[in-house]
Design a protein around this ligand. Structure first.
Ligand SMILES: *Cc1c(COP(=O)(O)O)cnc(C)c1O
Length: 357
């Protein structure tokens, strides 16, 4: 039976990425070697990483003066690398969910953290809009897409200080005005590549403004100077990232992706609102994520949750169980998820409704 992969991360990759990586694991471009077996200092890998960085720049229209780093450690390591490199006296954070909280926790090791607004009072079901960022903060940190709760900040905020964003789960899903940010980072395992590689887009001139000595691996300038080859980077995931970037380009770039993503999300939310059994977890349309659609069973049908999950799983829907802190269901509609999978889930929801409502 065909499986429809709605996992939140690691998650579905473009078939192109899977196929190209599978081939290269057998043999990379007639080199007689697997991509797993080549030196990160080889000319073959040099070409791979440079092309990936250049495509990243082209696709997101990244201005001059920015670097694209491909590192290890995951987004969670960025939670501390950011304050190492940007935190002097005080930092401002927007608390929109579990990942934001984890970033805040690490920043607190460095000093005073001003949480300018939080949606924790309603279990992170909205994006706070009325807040003021203190003028004396060293930077303002946001999480653009809240993977667990299904909210997304779709506009790039205007602030008069360095803006830093965790875009782990919506990178390459829509255009971003990179010039508004001093740094954007994320783990790869949602929209880019298998787990293991972390992307960092950083404005060089924003660095070097803290007094503390920074341990070598934690210092962005190390990785800029050594062009992401200070230590051994995750070679195979970087190869896969390159394939995904090529695929995104074939889809019409981030504008093309955004169009398809909006359409998939619209179909999904429309069905949730129409279907008698379900209701969206996020009330306001402007806050709803186009990547992670969260929904719950209506009050009258709450006891059918487990039954629906089994029903859907039996029909090939994989990974739609909601995160334990939200409950209900979550359908992750990342770039690589085809519209047919969204339609397949909708069909299953309708089939279940016909049986139960
Ligand atoms: C998945 C995720 C993370 C965690 O990434 P790791 O690479 O596992 O450290 C952080 N932030 C967001 C928004 C995520 O979706």
């Amino acid at each position: 039976m065909k499986k429809h992969n709605f996992y939140a991360g690691p998650s579905i990759m473009p078939q192109y990425t899977v196929d190209k990586t599978a081939e290269a694991i057998k043999e990379l471009d007639n080199t007689g070697l697997s991509v797993m077996e080549i030196s990160h200092r080889s000319k073959e890998f040099d070409q791979i990483i440079k092309e990936a960085q250049q495509l990243f720049k082209d696709l997101l229209d990244i201005p001059d003066g920015y670097h694209v780093l491909l590192l290890g450690g995951g987004a969670s390591t960025q939670f501390l690398m950011v304050p190492y490199n940007f935190f002097n006296k005080k930092a401002a954070y927007l608390n929109t969910g579990n990942w934001a909280k984890k970033a805040i926790k690490e920043a607190k090791f460095f000093g005073d953290v001003d949480v300018v607004a939080s949606s924790e009072d309603k279990n992170f079901t909205y994006i706070p809009r009325d807040y003021k960022v203190p003028g004396d903060a060293d930077y303002f940190h946001i999480t653009s897409n809240n993977t667990i709760y299904g909210t997304e900040l779709k506009e790039d905020p205007d602030v008069n200080m360095p803006l830093i964003a965790d875009m782990s789960s919506d990178i390459l899903s829509r255009p971003v005005d990179v010039s508004k940010y001093d740094l954007i980072y994320g783990g790869a395992q949602k929209n880019l590549a298998p787990a293991g590689v972390t992307f960092v887009i950083v404005k060089e001139e924003a660095l070097g403004k803290v007094d503390r000595p920074i341990p070598t691996m934690m210092d962005y300038q190390t990785h800029i100077k050594k062009e992401s080859l200070f230590n051994t980077p995750p070679v195979v995931p970087i190869y896969s990232a390159l394939q995904t970037l090529k695929w995104v380009k074939q889809q019409g770039g981030v504008e093309g992706m955004n169009k398809i993503n909006n359409e998939k999300a619209r179909m999904m939310y429309e069905e949730i609102e129409r279907n008698k059994l379900f209701t969206p977890n996020i009330e306001h349309e402007q806050d709803r994520s186009i990547m992670n659609v969260t929904f719950v069973m209506n009050d009258d049908y709450k006891d059918l949750e487990k039954e629906f999950l089994d029903f859907a799983t039996e029909r090939g829907m994989i990974g739609i169980k909601g995160h334990r802190s939200v409950g209900g269901f979550r359908a992750s509609l990342y770039n690589a998820l085809p519209k047919e999978s969204v339609q397949a889930l909708i069909d299953v929801m309708q089939e279940f409704e016909n049986k139960k409502a």
